[in-house]
Design a protein around this ligand. Structure first.
Ligand code: FES
Length: 113
């Protein structure tokens, strides 16, 4: 077993970073994926046709590849998905910037970013 040089160790650490969409999540130790704020996926809401009585899990971290819903990518991020249960069928607007004050729905915050 050889001892990695500083350059090798750095390369290995960088390999632990996670690329999500156009973003790379800095992960210096390759163990924790804790984030201080969510990734901004887009500066507009996601219109989604929901069904009355159905439950949906909105991605709060911004890492999911199945936006606006959770795909489990939040593990270790410090964020958890937010449940939404539709009371009636129709179109709702899920937050895309991940900074709404009315999770999981858009409150217009994206217009201020
Ligand atoms: S993937 Fe973002 S909250 Fe689950």
């Amino acid at each position: 077993m050889s001892i990695p040089t500083a350059g090798q160790a750095e390369t290995e650490q960088c390999a632990q970073n996670q690329v999500v969409g156009d973003h790379e999540v800095y992960n210096p130790h390759g163990k924790e994926n804790a984030m201080t704020e969510p990734l901004m996926v887009q500066k507009s809401p996601y219109p989604v046709v929901v069904e009355a009585g159905q439950r949906y899990w909105w991605c709060a971290c911004g890492r999911s590849q199945t936006q606006p819903f959770c795909d489990g990518s939040h593990q270790g991020s410090g964020f958890e998905p937010v449940e939404y249960q539709a009371r009636k069928s129709g179109t709702v607007y899920f937050c895309g910037c991940k900074r709404t004050g009315n999770q999981p729905l858009c409150d217009g915050t994206h217009a201020t970013l």
